[in-house]
Design a protein around this ligand. Structure first.
Ligand code: HEC
Length: 257
């Protein structure tokens, strides 16, 4: 075992010099706020994917796998938009949509139908989809195939790069903790990285097969919990535990044993 100078007794979270504590705490505060915002954003985007608030397995399936049983237009025409036209008109639109909503039939036939039954609400600037334009109708007439490969590649590399930076520093700060059993410290530092990889991997699996959606939930909750534990223990040791005036000794040296 290497010998370490004995004067590293301040090398632990409670006894760190004040400037380093301020540096670590400032980072943890900003990152903590950022993680809360990320949680809110997930609730707003993915959370509403199935039309109901709150994150559920269905949201994850809709976000990554899509709803391949049909288009949004068809499911709306069988749902909240059912009463907006006559049954014949509704069936006519659904047939057209199932044929791939060809543009050749838009001008002669469907433009008029949408104008008559839908555009009074779905007009330009109405805040809901503008059905006076073929392009807008086409968008909701497509089968929803979930996340595109490009979107998955983009969010995968952003997540892997960005979030591992967060976990690196949170874990680094936590490595100065005292009185934590070594196995617990190692697990708390390793788990976020493992779950991050599970999380990103699960998006691809879910896009391929919706029964993997639960893995996304497990991954997300797993790393959130591990990061939260490290966050609170680090803050506690720097600002509360330190008040007893005790010298704890070199935290890294303690973990050599
Ligand atoms: C009385 C007003 C009104 C009429 C008429 C109406 N809609 Fe809607 N539509 C809405 C509102 C409000 C929403 C948003 C709330 C919702 O999704 O239920 C909406 C949402 C939709 C959506 C989902 C759009 C999206 O991007 O999420 C589709 C598809 C749709 N309507 C189709 C139609 C069709 C087709 C017709 C005509 C047969 C029609 N609507 C007639 C009010 C109307």
């Amino acid at each position: 075992m290497k010998s370490i100078p004995p004067n590293f007794a301040w090398f632990n979270l409670p006894n760190l010099p004040m400037p380093v504590k301020v540096l670590f705490s400032g980072y943890l505060l900003a990152i903590g706020l950022g993680l809360c915002m990320a949680g809110l954003q997930i609730m707003q985007t993915h959370g509403m994917a199935d039309g109901k608030p709150g994150l559920s397995l269905d949201d994850i399936v809709y976000s990554y796998y899509g709803n391949r049983s049909g288009s949004k237009l068809e499911s709306k025409l069988n749902g909240s938009m059912k009463g907006m036209s006559t049954p014949e008109v509704r069936l006519g639109i659904i047939k057209w949509v199932r044929n791939g909503a060809p543009e050749t039939e838009w001008e002669p036939q469907f433009k008029g139908i949408f104008n008559q039954y839908c555009v009074q609400c779905h007009g330009p600037g109405s805040g809901v989809a503008d059905f006076s334009q073929y392009e807008e109708v086409k968008k909701v007439a497509k089968i929803d195939e979930g996340a595109s490969i490009q979107a998955l590649i983009r969010s995968s590399h952003i997540h892997l790069f960005g979030i591992s930076f967060i976990f690196f520093f949170v874990g680094f700060i936590f490595s100065f903790a005292v009185g934590v059993p070594k196995w617990l410290k190692i697990s708390a530092i390793a788990i976020p990285f493992a779950f991050l990889i599970v999380d990103v991997f699960s998006w691809w699996l879910t896009r391929w097969n919706p029964s993997f959606a639960w893995l996304t939930l497990v991954g997300g909750f797993g790393y959130s919990i591990a990061a939260t534990i490290m966050w609170f223990m680090s803050m506690y040791q720097m600002w509360v535990l330190s008040r007893n005036g005790k010298i704890y000794g070199n935290a890294w040296e303690a973990d050599l044993k």
